[in-house]
Design a protein around this ligand. Structure first.
Ligand SMILES: *Cc1c(COP(=O)(O)O)cnc(C)c1O
Length: 494
């Protein structure tokens, strides 16, 4: 399987090159030149396998330069006892027509683990195949969840180091504790005085500093990111859509071949794009419901075919979806129009004016398959409360946005079809908002709220989040933005 950029389909690269590069040189995103096709018989056969077997079946055709044993070994390390469930992505049924796909049984209790437990193995193997002799240092600027998931993914992975910068006083108590107690010989964490933008700008400047890159290179290092636009992060996400469908069919609540809708809480558009690829590979997906919070740029896009980032940014209780530019949408546009020049023109307009309108041909296709929608923080809380009261099931704020949009869609259409709500975080990751939604006070430090949520709902605290305040705090460095570069240099000299 070869890959090319959404902005230039003439220059093809291998999977290992696409994964090693991350972003294409023209600024576009790598996409596979075709999608493997699965029949219902193939899907039935996948249904008999465990999660690792399903992951192998889905990913192998995309990664034909890797041998079977190579890929199997990577998958075994990525989806093993680092997950607290037999299936890395189990399905929970609220009723016969409503399933919840739980993507938060990994080491950081959020769905980023599904990709970031696999990416380090794919990346190191890809670099080797590309003949790269230097070691890679991953630099991350994080507003919370991604940093921790990347630390867990890269911890003690050979030939790598990872350094994470987060805004000082700009992440939650729990997020900070999760990061500064990270174990592993090759990890580093530093707080930057300033906000997330300062941290991100600092990292971008370091990436753009050629002289610094040469110096590091002489010492045998180069810098890379674990960005969500990397093909190596997207591919592992296709797996769980097939897996959820198999589990639904295995439950007997649908027959293999029946269509199932998926509703996905969306930010950067990576997760729902993986569902779109699954559908195009032959998975019987009905509607893809794209659920946003008050940052409703995607809801407007699916309603009118106009993407317009010129709007107020809202800080919400589903912060991982607080986003104005959904980078992975570029891959959807390419997938629909198959025209690199058209995509390049849209992205050029976006860069210049913050806005673009897609062609009628693209609008027609997305209208057929996608439904967009958004909801307020109050509606999000009401959904958490309702599902807990009626079903005894606890959802986090991001999942609740998706659930709310599913119930709205069912009201609007007057019909109830089998659907899967994609659940992207454990409710324990967003304790304060969840307790608030259930009608309890939240005036206590984050770690106390974790215990309070457990006592109140009689649910167990996920292991990665229990006793956080008792673990050794390994990283206390606080730096100014202009000193970030020397932090990187020191880190690599150790
Ligand atoms: C990252 C994230 C999302 C958004 O996923 P995208 O792939 O960026 O659309 C939703 N929920 C949670 C909890 C996340 O961490």
């Amino acid at each position: 399987m070869l890959y090319y950029s959404t902005r230039n389909s003439k220059e093809k690269v291998t999977a290992s090159q696409a994964i090693s590069h991350g972003l294409a040189p023209d600024g576009g995103l790598y996409v596979p030149e075709s999608l493997p096709q699965l029949t219902l018989e193939d899907i039935k056969a996948l249904g008999k396998e465990n999660y690792r077997g399903r992951a192998f079946g889905i990913m192998k055709p995309f990664l034909d330069e890797f041998t079977k044993p190579e890929l199997k070994a990577m998958i075994a390390r990525a989806y093993g006892d680092n997950f607290d469930s037999d299936s890395a992505a189990p399905v929970h049924f609220l009723d016969d027509n409503t399933a919840v796909l739980e993507l938060w049984h990994g080491p950081t209790c959020a769905f980023k683990d599904m990709a970031l437990q696999m990416l380090p193995h794919l990346l190191t193997a890809s670099l080797k195949k590309c003949g790269e002799k230097r070691k890679v240092c991953i630099l991350v600027a994080t507003s919370g969840d991604t940093g921790k998931a990347a630390l867990e993914g890269f911890a003690d992975v050979e030939n790598t180091k990872i350094l994470v910068f987060y805004p000082h006083n700009g992440v939650s108590d729990v997020q900070q504790l999760q990061m500064v107690t990270q174990t592993g010989e090759n990890v580093g964490v530093a707080a930057v005085r300033g906000n997330f933008d300062d941290a991100q700008t600092g990292v971008k400047q370091i990436f753009g500093d050629r002289e610094f890159a040469e110096k590091l290179s002489e010492k045998g290092w180069f810098l890379s990111s674990a960005n969500s636009i990397n093909w190596g992060r997207l591919l592992p996400q296709i797996v769980y859509y097939f897996s959820a469908y198999c589990d639904y069919a295995n439950s007997g609540k649908v027959s293999c071949g029946d269509t199932v809708d998926f509703v996905v809480p969306t930010g950067n558009f990576g997760n729902i794009l993986a569902c779109w690829y699954a559908k195009n590979m032959g998975l019987p997906v009905g509607k893809l419901i794209c659920a946003s919070n008050q940052n409703n740029v995607l809801a407007d896009f699916f309603a009118h075919g106009v993407y317009d980032r010129n709007r107020t940014f809202h800080t919400t209780i589903s912060p991982s979806m607080d986003i104005l530019v959904s980078s992975n949408l570029e891959r959807l546009l390419y997938s629909v129009c198959k025209n690199d020049r058209e995509v390049a023109a849209y992205m050029d307009e976006l860069a210049k004016t913050g806005r673009y309108e897609v062609s009628d041909a693209i609008k027609a296709v997305i209208n057929e398959h996608f439904v967009g929608g958004y909801c307020s923080d109050d509606d999000t809380k009401a959904a958490i409360n309702k599902v807990y009261t009626e079903n005894g099931y606890l959802m986090d704020t991001h999942t609740a946005v998706a659930y709310k949009k599913l119930t709205d869609y069912r009201m609007d259409t007057g019909r109830v079809y089998p659907a899967v709500v994609v659940s992207t975080a454990s409710p324990y990751k967003f304790c304060d908002s969840v307790l608030d939604a259930l009608g309890y006070g939240t005036d206590a430090p984050g770690t106390e709220l974790i215990e309070k949520l457990s006592e109140t709902t009689k649910t167990a605290i996920p292991k990665p989040l229990s006793g956080l305040d008792k673990r050794e705090k390994r990283f206390g460095l606080v730096v100014d933005k202009q000193d970030m570069k020397s932090v990187v240099a020191d880190f690599l000299n150790k």
